[in-house]
Structures are given as structure tokens and as C-alpha cells.
Design a protein around this ligand. Structure first.
Ligand code: DGT
Ligand code: MG
Length: 425
């Protein structure tokens, strides 16, 4: 029996952009389960269901303490019947039967493996699954012709499914910074995405590039990409042009969420740390770029880095461990044994923005995805404004609202400023 009077009842505003959500999570058992249900819905191409579970998870993530009983959730927004059932079951039994059976479902596992290939979405994965393809080996043997992106995705499958560490993100930043100032002195780069929000790992590394003199950023992306390519840092790249200026409807009327900046999806070749000392690996952890930018750079944090020849000589990686790693990597769906190469592949996204749109681009590319979604929803539903990564349009005044900082955009929207580290909804 729980006495209602003693129960701490939580209260959170309903839009994620009204809340402060740090990277910490006091309710990870619950949010992991709901995130898995969200992921599954997304894999099944059910976006609405996916968003509903994401919203529920985000509300729990914003709570200051672990939830201990259902009474505490009274009146909280975004918790639908399905989410509440899952939460109750976990509070009662420690696990959700739906989530547990999903984890073991062959179709779910196959979807995860196949969409784990860079360039493969839910629809393609499902088409293959209907043909009986559940693993990368079966995909290879099927004789399907893959596009260039998917080929790169299969080739670097294991690396790209290994989380990127902050140290690796910092190493990539040094390379990109060097490339950018080499081709256009005065140009600026900013780390965006999850790492700007203080996350310790990510699935990729995101950057925004601009130049304080409007117009100087034109043509910048192709020069940066050429520089990176000629210095051996790129395993793959695909650049899409800026289509923003070609839009006849004006910036605020872009239908999709996709923005129109010049953008480069890439895979970097990032050198692993070369360890010469064997006794005290910690000493080398702070190293960033070791080999200078003449070749692939080195990374200080080797937490996720698998074996390479130099590590074979250290005393904390045994041959049997290496064998186990290879074994696991193949079972996870990868085609090749891990390790045995002095570098690793890392997904990197580069975006170039004109200076006048920089604040909007920065806000739009910092995330989280749910925070962004709710910023736009807030703007539309509560303020009759249209927000995207280029501009903010006031539908009542029929004019664009200028901003040179994120703070100004929050002020235009009538929202309290939320710093990046608290946008982890
Ligand atoms: P991660 O990389 O999985 O650790 O987490 P994030 O938060 O870095 O997510 P990511 O890299 O997919 O995207 C970073 C932010 O950039 C995300 O919050 C929303 C934004 N973003 C991603 N793709 C697009 C796009 O195509 N258009 C626009 N406008 N924004 C995008
Ligand atoms: Mg990211």
C-alpha cells in the first residue's frame, strides 16, 4: 500500500523544448524499454507510433528521480496507454514481456542487422527480409546489387556500428578544422549533434561550417572535401548541393524537415592510437592528433578500439580475446573479422551554412531529434511561427525574424533558453 500523500508526484511541461534534459537518465530501465519499442516501430516504418514511444521515454528521462510507483506519473504528459502498461509491468516485474519477446524476434533482429548498414532504410530492409535475407552473409550471397553508399556501409559495417567516443570526435574535429582553415582562412567550424549536447558517445560526428563574411562560404564544401580526400582521410563521401536559394516558396515553406544546406555525408578513416608503452596505457589517453594531419590521425581513447598489431604487444589484449572479438563481430552480422588494421571508419556529417542563417542552422543541427521536433511544433502550434534550420517566419506579422544567436531564437519563440547540454530529450 502506498500512501498518496507521501508519493512524490512529478510534473513536466509537455513540449520537450520547455524542459531541461541532461545526458543523465534516472529511469534508464524504463526509457531503454520505451526506446526499443520506438526503434521497432521506426524499423517497421510506423513513424507515428515511434514518436509516441519517444515522447513517453523523453518525459521519463526528464524526471529528477527514479520512478517507483505509477501514482507518481499522474498527470504527466505524453504517456499513452501502451507506454503506461509497459512502465507498470517493468515496475512490477523488472521487465516488459513485450520488449523481451521483441528482442528475441527473428524479424526484429534481421531488421536491426540490415538497417545497421549505412544507406539501408526500413523499406529496403523489409524487402530483403521478405526474400529471406536476415544476415549480411545472406545479403552478400543473394547477389543483390548495392548502391555505392550501401557498399561502403557493408564494407565498414563493424566500425560504423561501434559507438564513436568523444576522443575520436575531438580527433575528427582537429582534422576538419585543419581542412577548413587550409582552404578558407577565417572560416569557422562548430561541433554539433550529440557531442555538442555533452553526450559521451555518438553514432556519428556532426559539424557546421560557416564564414563571418556572407558569401565567402560558397564553394567551400567541395574544397574541404578535396582537401580531405587528397590527405587520405575519406573512405566515402557524398555531397548534396545547397538547394535553398532555388526554392521558389521562400525559406519558411519548405515542406519536409530536410533542410537545404550543402551537406556532405562521409566516412572518415581515423587512425587508431599507436601504443608503444605497454605498462601504463592511461598516460597516452590525452593524446589527440598524433601523426599530424599528413596521414590519418591518432586517437587517445581506445575504449572501443579493437585489436591492431600494436595492441598485440600490450599486456591487456590476449590472443584469445582477439579471437573472441572476431567471433563476436562475425556473429553480430559483420562479414569480416574485426581489427588487424591501424585505422577505423567513422561517420562524419559536414554542413555549410551562410553566416546569416548560422544561428538557425546551429539550433537545428544540435538536436536532439525530439527537441527539434518539439521546437517546430511549439513554434507552429503555440506561436503561429514556422521554424526550420534556415529561418524563423512569423505567420501573423508576415515577416522573417532575424537572429544571430540561439538565445535570440528562443526569445522570439517565447521560450526560456535551454543550453545544448540540457537538450537531450
Ligand atoms: P547520434 O549521432 O546518434 O549520437 O545523435 P545526434 O543527436 O547527433 O543525431 P544525428 O547525428 O542523427 O543528428 C544531429 C542533429 O542534426 C539532429 O538532432 C537533427 C539534425 N539533423 C539530422 N539530419 C538532418 C537533416 O537532414 N535535416 C535537418 N534539418 N536536420 C537534421
Ligand atoms: Mg550525430
Amino acid at each position: 500500500q502506498v500512501d498518496d500523500a507521501e508519493v512524490m508526484v512529478f510534473s513536466v511541461p509537455s513540449y520537450a523544448c520547455q524542459r531541461r534534459t541532461t545526458p543523465d537518465d534516472n529511469n534508464s530501465l524504463l526509457t531503454d524499454a520505451l526506446s526499443l519499442l520506438a526503434e521497432n516501430a521506426e524499423l517497421c516504418d510506423q513513424e507515428g507510433r515511434g514518436v509516441a514511444f519517444r515522447r513517453a521515454a523523453a518525459v521519463l528521462k526528464a524526471l529528477p528521480k527514479p520512478v517507483t510507483c505509477m501514482t507518481q506519473l499522474r498527470g504527466l504528459p505524453c504517456l499513452g496507454g501502451h507506454s503506461l502498461r509497459v512502465i507498470k509491468e517493468i515496475l512490477d516485474n523488472g521487465a516488459s514481456s513485450e520488449v523481451e519477446s521483441m528482442k528475441h524476434c527473428e524479424r526484429y533482429k534481421a531488421r536491426k542487422v540490415l538497417t545497421g548498414v549505412f544507406g539501408v532504410g526500413a523499406k529496403t530492409a523489409d524487402r530483403w527480409i521478405r526474400e529471406g535475407i536476415h544476415t549480411l552473409h545472406q545479403l552478400r550471397d543473394s547477389g543483390h546489387s548495392l548502391n555505392r553508399t550501401q557498399k561502403a556501409g557493408v564494407e565498414h559495417y563493424d566500425d560504423l556500428n561501434q559507438p564513436v567516443s568523444k576522443a575520436e570526435a575531438d580527433a575528427v574535429e582537429e582534422i576538419v578544422a585543419k581542412a577548413v582553415v587550409s582552404v578558407l582562412p577565417g572560416a569557422q567550424i562548430t561541433l554539433t549533434g550529440g557531442f555538442r549536447r555533452g553526450k559521451l558517445t555518438g553514432h556519428d560526428v556532426d559539424f557546421l561550417i560557416t564564414h563571418p563574411e556572407e558569401g565567402r562560404e560558397e564553394g567551400l564544401m567541395s574544397k574541404v572535401v578535396s582537401w580531405l580526400e587528397s590527405h587520405g582521410f575519406l573512405l566515402y563521401q557524398k555531397t548534396t548541393r545547397n538547394s535553398y536559394l532555388e526554392s521558389k516558396d521562400g525559406p519558411a515553406r519548405i515542406a519536409s524537415n530536410m533542410d537545404r544546406f550543402e551537406r556532405c555525408f562521409s566516412i572518415f578513416k581515423l587512425a587508431k592510437e599507436v601504443k608503444r608503452e605497454t605498462k601504463q596505457p592511461e598516460i597516452q589517453r590525452e593524446t589527440g592528433l598524433q601523426n599530424t594531419v599528413e596521414g590519418p590521425c591518432s586517437v587517445g581513447d581506445h575504449t572501443h578500439i579493437q585489436v591492431d598489431d600494436s595492441i598485440l604487444q600490450t599486456d591487456h589484449t590476449s590472443q584469445s580475446q582477439i579471437h573472441a572479438d572476431e567471433q563476436r563481430s562475425c556473429e553480430d552480422g559483420g562479414l569480416k573479422p574485426a581489427g588487424h588494421k591501424p585505422w577505423r571508419a567513422v561517420r562524419v556529417d559536414l554542413v555549410v551554412s551562410p553566416f546569416s542563417q548560422f544561428a538557425f542552422a546551429l539550433l537545428g543541427w544540435t538536436g536532439s531529434k525530439l527537441f527539434e521536433r518539439d521546437l517546430r511544433r511549439w513554434a507552429g502550434q503555440e506561436k503561429a511561427m514556422s521554424l526550420n534550420s534556415h529561418a524563423l517566419y512569423d505567420n501573423t506579422q508576415k515577416r522573417y525574424l532575424k537572429a544571430t544567436s540561439e538565445e535570440e531564437i528562443f526569445a522570439h519563440l517565447g521560450l526560456e533558453f535551454i543550453p545544448p547540454s540540457e537538450r537531450n530529450a
